[in-house]
Design a protein around this ligand. Structure first.
Ligand SMILES: *Cc1c(COP(=O)(O)O)cnc(C)c1O
Length: 372
């Protein structure tokens, strides 16, 4: 392979750091000078500020987005013997944590227009054991929460919104994360709001659930050596909280930059044969965590892009129902046809706030050329 003349990063966290260096450095220095390394004032302040940003009443900072799912499920009483309906077209954490809680994941296929769980297929999978639905707002695009909540209310099911990819997304102006009983967030470095290490949060509109989450994440303690319930060490790190506080005031602007990047791609790439672009929905505002195209010859396209110096990734190449770790669920190819089609055809191209217009133009031009 000849070396490409152009080199674009799939994501450039260093470029982002350069734009906020004084604020981040000051936050780290502040935490160190106070030596409040675990939870502390910094975490408390971040929880309040992120609650304001995301429009959710109670935010409980924790170790990462995976632990957030465990905390949400345990606080809501989801566990042994329960069935939890979810999507197989997501990051492993969404479903692995269901099994870790002693419950059984029940996969429902997705819609091809937004890659999120298809509400029309949910009721068929409800049994007397069904306790909850875990919805994922994939790629930053809200799932169809109005339809999902109507089903949940009818069947008295709990709803958790895995919002790891969707900080700030809305449906008819209502923030995601406020529809269900709890929402989970990841601040993994590559997410729309990313820490400089692992971090996450669990959030809810229900005060008694928030209280339970708060206890669970810190050994069940209400005072230093008073343990009301059995819990875990799933705490938010003070330095990460400080960094997140320094970055949060920029998040709205960064989300808008991602949306502009997505719109620019849509303009530049419209009308390319066999290339399906992410749809824009009138009422559901995506925060463009990823820009995911679809093409029947995905693997060839990816390789040809690479040769032109354009990196891309596949989110996700295998539906979770076909992952070896879920063999015990006895799924076969064909069980979730839309998930399987998406996993063969999707491709994520660079989309982040620091990506220059020149690079977007180059990527779009390259994609047009390789599709031709
Ligand atoms: C990133 C992610 C998680 C897990 O978050 P971590 O902070 O990496 O543990 C869970 N669900 C989805 C959909 C994600 O994208």
């Amino acid at each position: 392979m000849t070396k490409p003349t152009k080199s674009i990063s799939y994501l450039d966290l260093k470029a982002q750091y350069e734009t906020i260096k004084p604020e981040v450095d000051a936050a780290i220095a502040r935490v160190i000078s106070r030596s409040s390394f675990i939870l502390g004032e910094e975490a408390k302040a971040f929880e309040e500020e992120f609650g304001k940003f995301s429009g959710i009443n109670y935010v409980v900072g924790c170790s990462n987005g995976t632990d957030a799912l465990l905390l949400a499920m345990e606080a809501l009483g989801i566990g042994e013997g329960d069935e939890v309906i979810t999507t197989a077209f997501t990051f492993i954490a969404t479903a692995e944590t269901i099994v870790e809680r002693g419950a059984k994941p029940v996969f429902v296929d997705i819609r091809l227009d937004d890659y999120n769980i298809d509400p029309a297929l949910i009721e068929k999978k409800i049994t007397p054991k069904t306790k909850a639905i875990i919805v994922v707002h994939l790629y930053g695009q809200p799932a169809r929460m109005l339809e999902i909540m109507a089903i949940a209310r009818k069947h008295k099911l709990l709803v958790i919104e895995d919002s790891a990819q969707a900080h700030g997304a809305t449906i008819d102006g209502t923030p995601i994360g406020t529809f269900g009983d709890a929402a989970t967030f990841s601040f993994y470095p590559g997410k729309n709001l990313g820490a400089y290490g692992d971090a996450g949060a669990v959030a809810t509109q229900r005060p008694e659930i928030a209280e339970k989450m708060r206890l669970l994440r810190d050994h069940g303690r209400s005072e230093k050596y008073l343990h009301k319930i059995l819990g875990y060490n799933m705490r938010l790190d003070g330095i990460q909280a400080g960094i997140l506080r320094a970055k949060l005031p920029h998040l709205k602007k960064w989300n808008q930059a991602r949306q502009r990047c997505a719109d620019r791609y849509r303009d530049l790439l419209s009308g390319v044969k066999d290339l399906v672009l992410p749809q824009r929905f009138a009422n559901a505002v995506s925060v463009a965590h990823l820009f995911v195209i679809r093409h029947p010859k995905r693997d060839q396209i990816q390789k040809a892009l690479q040769e032109r110096g354009v990196p891309s990734l596949v989110h996700y190449p295998v539906g979770l129902h076909l992952q070896p770790c879920f063999d015990f669920l006895k799924h076969r190819e064909g069980d979730l046809p839309v998930t399987e089609k998406a996993s063969r055809e999707v491709l994520s191209i660079p989309c982040y706030p620091e990506l220059s217009d020149a690079d977007i133009n180059y990527i779009a031009e390259s994609l047009r050329a390789v599709c031709a």
